[in-house]
Design a protein around this ligand. Structure first.
Ligand code: SF4
Length: 338
């Protein structure tokens, strides 16, 4: 069964070759150096994406657990702690620990990061990091005062009133025909017996259709209810909020869940899932040829692509030479370690 997500489909639409690197080749294991390289590039973040991922992680690991433990800490102190987390990620990335085979990502859940300038040895000014730290600080400091317009409640109070708070839910999968859909739910909660799904947003990111993302999350919550006790709330009881943590006001956008939108999205998953199935079948990585995945002719897509260094090397050297180069690189390293 093919894995389906909005990012998978967006990647496929942008460029088939990019899809290959991100969703066929990328593998965190270190046995196959070419696949490991694709994985590191997939996880690589630039200065636009990094603050969002730090704040997401901080909400998941600090703010929500604090609220569950009835610890409503001073958010100035929490904001400093979030910046400290970013600084630790920066140090991890700067030392290129992500490429050290002795370092296990599982032991670095908070500070694991692959920043583009370190991964690609790009020039940058250390001052640029201050802009990122300021963004992170502001987002966390503002967190409690964001107002939910539907009821005029401040976000912190709204979360305090919740009977369930589950951050970063990733395993509530559901199937649509031949596709396995496992959306990442930033925060799921139950407020006054009604389900609420929240998606954090920290920039004017390239993901424009938050409505679609939130409805997919809602479908996975509906499936969870069905498997749990069969009692599914009515669609109109669901609240879907996209919350921008950086704006000064109007931080919350509410998206509607209704039968038409849900059916439209199921059709979309079905249709695009068939594209993936046609492309991959049930073949394993070794059976799939990179040449089946065309490169795009759009320069702007390449300009923002994480895989452009690897893609260029494959085009110049050929895939087999490139794989051999990576493997040789690894055996040299192994020689040094011995
Ligand atoms: S660099 Fe361009 S052609 Fe290559 S994978 Fe990325 S988007 Fe596709």
């Amino acid at each position: 069964m093919a894995k389906w997500s909005i990012s998978t489909i967006n990647s496929l639409r942008r460029c088939n070759r990019q899809y290959y690197f991100a969703h066929v080749a990328a593998n965190h294991g270190r046995k196959n150096a070419f696949r490991r390289e694709a994985y590191e590039l997939k996880r690589m973040q630039n200065f636009l994406m990094w603050p969002g991922s730090v704040v997401d992680k901080f909400i998941e690991t600090e703010i929500i657990p604090n609220i569950k433990n009835l610890d409503y800490s001073d958010f100035e102190t929490l904001a400093e702690k979030a910046v400290q987390m970013a600084k630790e990620q920066y140090a991890f990335s700067k030392k290129r620990l992500f490429s050290n085979p002795d370092v296990r990502a599982g032991d670095h859940k908070q500070d694991f990061a692959i920043l583009q300038m370190h991964k690609l040895n790009e020039e940058y000014s250390e001052d640029d990091t201050q802009v990122v730290y300021d963004k992170i600080y502001d987002a966390v400091r503002k967190f409690p005062d964001i107002v939910i317009p539907a009821n005029g409640t401040k976000l912190l109070d709204f979360l305090k009133e919740a009977s369930w708070l589950l951050p970063n839910v990733m395993n509530w999968s559901f199937n649509v025909e031949s596709s396995r859909v496992s959306p990442q739910i930033d925060l799921f909660l139950i407020h006054q017996n009604k389900p609420v799904i929240i998606d954090w947003k920290l920039s004017e990111s390239f993901v424009s259709d938050y409505s679609r993302q939130l409805i997919i999350c809602a479908l996975s919550v509906m499936n969870w209810y069905k498997n749990r006790d069969g009692q599914n709330p009515d669609m109109e009881d669901y609240s879907l909020y996209e919350i921008n943590l950086l704006k000064e006001s109007e931080n919350v956008t509410s998206h509607e869940l209704n039968v038409e939108r849900a059916s439209e999205i199921i059709d979309y998953i079905n249709l695009t899932g068939s594209d993936i199935e046609l492309l991959l079948g049930d073949r394993k990585y070794e059976e799939i040829d990179i040449e089946e995945f065309d490169i795009t002719d759009k320069d702007t897509t390449c300009a923002f692509c994480n895989f452009k260094s690897l893609c260029a090397k494959v085009l110049i050297n050929g895939i087999e030479n490139e794989k051999a180069t990576f493997n040789k690189h690894v055996s040299n390293l192994q020689f040094e370690w011995d």
